[in-house]
Design a protein around this ligand. Sequence first.
Ligand SMILES: [Fe+2]
Ligand SMILES: [Fe+2]
Length: 282
Amino acid sequence: MDMNEGGRSADFDLKMMSRRYDFQLEEALGQDWNDGDQFKTILANALSIPLPSGEKLFIKSVRHYLDQINDVELKGLVSIFFKQESAHTKEHISYNKLISERRGYNLALLEAPYKSHNEYISENGDPLSLLATTVCMEHLTAIASHLVIADERWVGRADSVVKNFWLWHSLEEVEHKAVAFDVYMDVCGDRDLLVKTMDVTVGQLCKNLKYTACQMYMMEGGKPKEIKAWLESSAVLNAEDGLLKLMERYIKDFYRDDFHPWDHDNSYLIASVAAHLDDAMR
Ligand SMILES: [Fe+2]
Ligand SMILES: [Fe+2]
């Protein structure tokens, strides 16, 4: 479950690529696809809501600095990063529509806090702050993706079609986890700004995701306090080795002044997940 320590992107041969599969999610997304558990399903679905507007912002924030990247190899990785994130955006737009149709959500209401915030900062934010936000979000996404792949408690007992969808996205997030970071270091490198941005980003994201999960549960006819209690006290999330506690530990490393995303070397996951998907989605 743990990521190895001490790796750097230079230590292994990373061949990033953008993969496309025909995910047939219609049937499964109407059900409690994650372990037959309504709360676990809602939590995973909630993670999809910010992605279309968020990933669009990530692309824009990195594209702004494209001409300032001197490293040719990094420029090549950036172009694959763009392809991966645009494919994710497209798939999550359709995922979000499907869950809303099948589970009775008002999608505009669910998306509102993310969409208005992301669109506002995209238009009005300082380019460097936007890039710092992207670096922080990519770190949080990479940690969550690692757990999706490596910790059975996340989607280990999920419907296989939806599980493969999340494995696909998680695999590419792990692959490109250092790209925005390396661009940031290349064009600026201000660690203080990263740390300040992470403080704000983590707080906002936790608050918003909790709100989204409560809204979804309410739209399914439940009382928000029930899912709120699960989010705040269930062992799977909150025990000493719970998923949220593990995330906290990995987030803490980001605050070190020599941190690099491949210090968490989980590159060993890439080949096996890619082979699994090629086999399962053939
Ligand atoms: Fe993505
Ligand atoms: Fe990403």
